[in-house]
Structure formats: structure tokens, C-alpha cells
Design a binder for this molecule. Structure first.
Ligand code: M6R
Length: 607
């Protein structure tokens, strides 16, 4: 959501802070600001380049902190953007998260004479430290007392004129990472901003805070006890956080598709034995053998991957699965009986609703197995077992490569579970594994045909409404295709199960309301053909996704995008690719910055 970056070292802090904020731009924001110790604070509404222009080379100092804000309390404005300070201007901080009791704290502070400038929840933290300093001469004590007074979530970076050579950071619910350099240290809300400077990082856990100088760092818990933790090394390189020659991160990430599958499967597929290995499940294998039910819970694109998982696991491992919105699961008094496994799926590993659902399930004693892309993220750390995507950071706000990888891992999981449960033999799985091995090449042929998809997208660029329909394994893909289109092109698009057409949506169909129909040669092909005919009979325009060689569809639909023939259970990962490209070309064709869709953030760390 919001982005935090901080620096303490010997170099000029301001340019590094601006660079850090630019690396975090993909997270979504409406304003930005920075504070350099000894040089002051500058803020600007809008893009980081607005802030950069205001800062120029006026700010000299080697300790500072910066923030990109996505408004939660108070409108986007300079006054409300971070960093915020106390009455004296000696305490400066940036914050991600929400301080839930800010209103009562603010009233108490106002009664004591504090003057507030902004409408934010964050500002109370600076005034609380100021108030605490009146009785606590040591800055760290005043800070720790503040952390104990606030309720809600936070990732803080804090500077003080009292300790001008230090930065302080703290975490509860909002990620904060410390980057260890040579004679300099960095902090950020996301490791991708730190990677250009150092790969040695320390992730703070909830309830931890740290004191950082250019040459040292000390980690503490909320009781003030020092914690020993060695840095870990991030496996990404800078290249992976840049656009790699494409116009947008989104296109770069879609074009990584074939490699995404290979990386996802690295170390998990024995090409000779034609078997799936998921070593990360070793510790929970015995419990997996006994599970009676699985609930998959996630948000957005990750949830649609979960829908695919539901079909896969029930069909192959014969375990009952429900898949539901984490935002509902967390509030609807779910019953998690003994023998239930919870699976969360998340790219960021920080999605607030998914995390809350995980915690509720854990409270009820469930085993948690998660599919996560961001190593060291909160959800990864709180799960009993984690299957990492192994695909590097996803920067584009629209999730693309993460979905391909999530569905691939769900396929692997279903196969593995089927084996563990003894409902299928390793021998029978060989055909599936062979088909999985062929996936990257099949995806590559779709990617190579992207100019054809662009040409089709141009024909549809002026429509304002779309229906996406699929059935069985393409049912979730209809929803994902519609989500992709709406989030980056602001076009109304609805995903629907083709079998539901007659129950309502067909009423919308006319020549101005095209349908994207997912009609592959599979067990529901004939049903889909009937639905397409019904749409054509009502003057609806049809763009079909069909299997190479399907002449029927060529005659029936207005346009066809062909995909290679594939086993039904692997359709989702293949079908999603042309729909991602279709959305990309419609969004860019309409002139939008698809990497930063309006109103959206990459990592939704508040409800
Ligand atoms: O980081 P997560 O995978 O938990 O994020 C879940 C959703 O917020 C995310 O998939 C969102 O729907 C994307 N913008 C979709 O492209």
C-alpha cells in the first residue's frame, strides 16, 4: 500500500530517498514526502517526480526517511502526506498501517496542549513520543512507550533531532525490512527498494523494533529485550526489479510466462521419474495424509487461482474443497473442524484480509499451508508450510505472472496430495507431469503471437462492456480475464459461468455488449458451443478462445484467439495468458498507465 524508505550513512540522503520512493511507486500512492535530518521536510501531492522537482539539490544531510502515501485518513494533500512531526518539529516519522485508537489519543493530546496539523491517524504517534519525552529522557524509551499506546497496525520509520545519527523502525502488521550495507543502512517497506544497494536484509516480525546507525543495528522486542538475528540474503537481482526493456512491468511479467512455469517447478519436478516433489511439505506430510477438508481463502486474483485449486484438488485428490473470499471468511464465524487444512494464496504475503483469515483459522487449530511469492512475508512466516512461487518480485499492480505460478503450484499440490492420499498412483500421474513439462513451450507460442492478440484487442478497444464466460476449468479464468480488463482499462467487464447465462446475464447481450467465450476442446466444449450460438442469435459479438485447429469456432465466432491443445486440468494456466495480453493491449490502447491503475495498490495491507 504506502511505501517507506529510509537511509542512514555517509552519502547525501535526499537522492537515495527519492530513488527508494521511485522503486516503491508500483505499490500505489497519491502523495509523497521526505525528511532529512538537519535539512527539513518537503512534501508533494501526486507522483514522486513532483517531490523530486521540489527537492532539487537543496537538502544536505546523511540521515533521512521518505514515504509514498495512499490515503486512509484525510484526503491526499501535502498536509496529510508523510512524514509527520510533533509540535516541536524534532520528531519525524512515516507510517504504514492504521492506528485504530488515534481519535481518543488525539483528544487526550489536544487536551494536553498539542497542536495537530493533519487529519491523519499517523500524526498522533509523533505527538505521543513528544509527550513521553517529557518524562523519559531516552528517545528509545519514549518511542517504546508510544508503541505500547497505539492500537492497530504499523510499520514505522522514525528520526529525531535528539539522536540525529539514528533511525528507528518498528513493525506490527505492516512490513518493514532493514537492509545492511557497508557503512550505511537502509530501511524499506518492501525489499525491492533495497536490492539496488544491498542484498543483506533483516525482516522485522510483528512486535519488534530496531535502532539503526550507519554502522550498526539493534533489534528489540516490545519488552525492550534485545533480539539476535542474522541477516538473510535476498536472491533477486536488480535486473528483476526493472522493466527489462518492455514498456511496462505488466507486459514484462506476462512475457516471463514460460520462465515463470520453469522457475515455479524448479526443484519440484523430476523429469526422469516424471513425478512431482514438494519438499517444503515434508514436515506436514503425515498431517496431509489425514486431512478431510480444505478451505482455500484469498483475495482478488489469488482467490481465482484458488477456485482453480478447488476443481483440481477435488477431481484429483478427492478431498472436499471450498474456496472463499478472505474478507468474508474472517467475519462470518467460519467453522473449522478438526481435520481441516487452510490454504492461503498470496503474492505479497501481506494482504490484510488473507492474513486475518489465516489467523482466525489458526486460532481454531487448523494447519495452514500457503502459496506465497514474497519470501519472509508475514503470511509466509505464520504458515505451517509454505510453497514459494520462486518467480521474483511482481511489480505490476495487475497480478499476472503470480497467477500463472499459483495455478501451477496448485496443480502440483493436487497431484502430490492425490499420491499421499493413495487415490492415484505415481504411475497414473506421469501423463500429467509430461503435459506440465510441455507447458512452457505452449505458453511461449501464445506470447510469440502477441501482435495478433494486439490486433484483436484493437478491434474491441471501443466497447465499454464485456462479458467473459467459461465453464469447469475455464470458469475461474472468465472471472480473472474480466478482473484484468476492468482493473487496467476501467472497462466494465463481468465474469460468468456459461451455464448461468440463461439465468440473467443473457438479457444484457446486444451488439454493443461483446462476449469473450472460453471454448476449448474439453469435456464442456459442446455446452460452450450452445452458449455461443445463443449469444450470436441475439446479435452479440463473440471473441472466442479456442483450441488450435478448431474450424467450427472460426465459423461461429467473430474473432478467434487460438491456444495450443492441452489437457483439461491445465487449461487455466494457458488460457489466462491471452486474456492478460488482451487486457494489456486494451488498457494501453486507451492510453492508460497499466502499471499504476487508478485507485489500486499492489499490496492491500489495510481492510
Ligand atoms: O498479494 P495478494 O496476492 O494477496 O493480493 C491479492 C489481491 O489484492 C490481488 O490479486 C489483486 O486482486 C490484483 N490487483 C489483481 O490483479
Amino acid at each position: 500500500m504506502c511505501g517507506i524508505f529510509g537511509y542512514v550513512g555517509t552519502r547525501d540522503a535526499a537522492p537515495l530517498l527519492i530513488g527508494g520512493l521511485k522503486a516503491l511507486e508500483y505499490r500505489g500512492y497519491d502523495s509523497a514526502g521526505l525528511y532529512v535530518v538537519g535539512a527539513g521536510c518537503i512534501k508533494a501531492v501526486g507522483q514522486v517526480k513532483n517531490l523530486e522537482a521540489k527537492v532539487g539539490d537543496t537538502m544536505k544531510g546523511h540521515v533521512g526517511l521518505a514515504h509514498t502515501r495512499w490515503a486512509t485518513h484525510g484526503v491526499p494533500s501535502e498536509i496529510n502526506s508523510h512524514p509527520h512531526s510533533d509540535c516541536t518539529g524534532k520528531v519525524w516519522l512515516a507510517h504504514n498501517g492504521i492506528i485504530e485508537n488515534y481519535s481518543e489519543l488525539k483528544d487526550e493530546l489536544i487536551a494536553k496542549g498539542h497542536q495537530f496539523k493533519s487529519a491523519t491517524d499517523t500524526e498522533v504517534a509523533a505527538h505521543l513520543i513528544e509527550e513521553n519525552l517529557k518524562t523519559m529522557p531516552v528517545f528509545a524509551d519514549a518511542l517504546l512507550a508510544m508503541l505500547k499506546m497505539v492500537r492497530g497496525t504499523y510499520g514505522f520509520v522514525i528520526a529525531s533531532d535528539q539522536d540525529p545519527e539514528k533511525l528507528y523502525i518498528a513493525r506490527k502488521g505492516s512490513p518493514i525490512v532493514l537492509g545492511i550495507g557497508e557503512g550505511e543502512n537502509f530501511v524499506a517497506s518492501d525489499p525491492s527498494a533495497i536490492v539496488p544497494y544491498t542484498k543483506k536484509v533483516i525482516y522485522l516480525n510483528d512486535g519488534e523494533w530496531a535502532e539503526i546507525t550507519s554502522s550498526s543495528y539493534k533489534l528489540f522486542d516490545l519488552d525492550g529485550h534485545e533480539i539476535a538475528r542474522e541477516p538473510q540474503v535476498i536472491a533477486w537481482d536488480v535486473e528483476q526489479t526493472q522493466k527489462g526493456g518492455y514498456d511496462h512491468y505488466m507486459l514484462k511479467e506476462i512475457m516471463e510466462g514460460d520462465n515463470v512455469i520453469k522457475n515455479t517447478l524448479a526443484g519440484r519436478l523430476d523429469e526422469e521419474a516424471l513425478s512431482i516433489k514438494l519438499p517444503e511439505l515434508a514436515d506436514v506430510e503425515d498431517r496431509l495424509k489425514d486431512i478431510k477438508r480444505i478451505i482455500i481463502t484469498s483475495c482478488g486474483t489469488a482467490l481465482y487461482a484458488g477456485w482453480v485449486g478447488e476443481y483440481l484438488i477435488e477431481e484429483y485428490a478427492k478431498v472436499p474443497v471450498e474456496c472463499e473470499y478472505a474478507s468474508e471468511f474472517r467475519y462470518r464465524s467460519p467453522i473449522v473442524e478438526p481435520g481441516t487444512m487452510i490454504m492461503t494464496i498470496t503474492q505479497s504475503g501481506e494482504t490484510a484480509d488473507t492474513l486475518a483469515a489465516l489467523r482466525e483459522a489458526k486460532r481454531q487449530g487448523a494447519m495452514i499451508v500457503s502459496i506465497v511469492n514474497t519470501v519472509g512475508s508475514t503470511i509466509a512466516r505464520e504458515s505451517d508450510a509454505v510453497i514459494y512461487n520462486q518467480i521474483g518480485p511482481e511489480i505490476g499492480v495487475a497480478s499476472t505472472k503470480a497467477f500463472m505460478s499459483q495455478v501451477t503450484l496448485l496443480t502440483a499440490f493436487a497431484i502430490k496430495l492425490a499420491e499421499l492420499k493413495g487415490v492415484v498412483t505415481a504411475e497414473a500421474n506421469k501423463d500429467i507431469v509430461r503435459e506440465i513439462l510441455a507447458l512452457p513451450e505452449k505458453i511461449k507460442t501464445i506470447l510469440e503471437a502477441r501482435e495478433d492478440i494486439k490486433a484483436v484487442a484493437q478491434k474491441y478497444a471501443s466497447y465499454d462492456d464485456f462479458l467473459f464466460m467459461g465453464r469447469k476449468y475455464t470458469f475461474p479464468i472468465a472471472f480473472e480475464g474480466a478482473l484484468k480488463l476492468k482493473e487496467i482499462s476501467y472497462v466494465h467487464a463481468e465474469g460468468y459461468g456459461a451455464g448461468e447465462m440463461k439465468h440473467g446475464p443473457i438479457a444484457m447481450i446486444d451488439e454493443k455488449f461483446p462476449t469473450v467465450a472460453l471454448c476449448l476442446n474439453d469435456s464442456v466444449y459442446e455446452k460452450m458451443i450452445s452458449n455461443v450460438q445463443e449469444i450470436k442469435a441475439r446479435s452479440g459479438r463473440v471473441l472466442a478462445l479456442a483450441t488450435v485447429g478448431d474450424e467450427t469456432m472460426k465459423k461461429m465466432a467473430d474473432e478467434v484467439i487460438y491456444v495450443p491443445a492441452i489437457m483439461e486440468m491445465l487449461e487455466p494456466v494457458l488460457c489466462v495468458v491471452p486474456l492478460q495480453l488482451f487486457a494489456y493491449y486494451i488498457g494501453t490502447g486507451r492510453g492508460y498507465d497499466v502499471d499504476k491503475p487508478r485507485n489500486l495498490a499492489k499490496s492491500v495491507t489495510v481492510e
